[in-house]
Unconditional design. Structure first.
Length: 301
């Protein structure tokens, strides 16, 4: 199992740093945001499985030739109230490090999720007091503020919000176009797509690849929402509306405004060609492989 541990460790490190940075700087994701988001999720999940699995496989390698066999030996020893004699300090230390990494990843994810949910709940309560319903679009509230801003608060009790500045700057069709973008975020639960990468970046902010992953995924969900809205609205109307919505949304929200707005508007009005069919499916096959291969390496008898 030591060779398996080495291979998984190298794969996990590669996914966390050079692969993430290369994928973040690639241009093809703009031609297939859905495929790129699937690939990013596979990079994150596959990287986590690989790094944890590397420590687990190396730590348990003295107990058997495969992880299931070694796990059975360990469980038998624990049930008998004994410490496995074959588990020397080096391998035991690797096992502790692997478990520490898992605890670290899960705890940061839970803390990040709890903070995000708490901030959204507080902001939702404020909106229910300060904002008023907009009669032209179901579930939309208007905030009395002169700066044009539109955003959504995801969750079980989601909210669509536009400021009075948006209503002053845009006609009804323009507001509907912006809301179509925000509804795409809510319908496809982009908040759940982004959250693991926020936690991943917080786990090791000194690793450039993890930070690049968070920024790249944030750009891709905006592209995806733009694509959905473009199918429902006139592209020129959508581009004009997004250009007018230049205010900053609260941190707990998903906002249609980003620093890359000019590039997004150009992409809306002149969409890039779709990826060739073979490349389209290759991206998805690679995404599945990045998760399946580490699991297969760990679980084969």
């Amino acid at each position: 199992m030591e060779l398996t541990a080495l291979a998984l460790g190298l794969l996990g490190l590669a996914l966390a740093e050079p692969v993430s940075r290369l994928l973040a700087s690639a241009r093809w994701p703009a031609r297939d945001p859905v495929g790129a988001l699937l690939l990013w999720q596979a990079v994150g999940l596959g990287g986590g499985i690989s790094l944890f699995g590397a420590g687990l496989a190396y730590g348990l390698s003295p107990l058997g030739d495969s992880l299931p066999a070694a796990g059975s030996v360990l469980m038998g020893a624990v049930a008998a109230g004994e410490f496995p004699a074959a588990l020397d300090p080096l391998h035991f230390g690797a096992l502790i490090l692997a478990l520490g990494l898992l605890v670290r990843l899960l705890s940061v994810l839970l803390i990040t999720t709890a903070r995000t949910l708490r901030a959204r709940r507080r902001h939702r309560d404020l909106l229910d007091v300060l904002a008023t319903p907009w009669p032209f679009a179901s579930g939309t509230r208007v905030l009395d503020h002169p700066v044009p801003v539109a955003y959504c608060l995801p969750g079980r009790s989601s909210r669509l919000v536009v400021s009075a500045g948006v209503l002053d700057a845009l006609d009804t069709a323009g507001v509907v176009a912006v809301l179509a973008h925000e509804r795409a975020h809510l319908r496809e639960r982009h908040d759940l797509v982004v959250l693991p990468f926020v936690a991943w970046g917080a786990t090791a902010p000194f690793v450039r690849g993890m930070v690049a992953a968070q920024l790249a995924v944030a750009r891709l969900i905006e592209m995806r929402a733009d694509d959905v809205a473009r199918k429902l609205c006139d592209p020129t109307e959508l581009a004009t509306a997004l250009k007018a919505v230049g205010g900053s949304a609260p941190a707990a929200a998903l906002s249609s405004f980003t620093d890359a707005l000019d590039a997004r508007i150009e992409r809306i009005t002149a969409p890039p060609a779709a990826l060739p069919v073979t490349v389209h499916w290759l991206v998805r096959v690679v995404a599945v492989a990045l998760v399946a291969l580490p699991l297969w390496a760990l679980l084969i008898p």
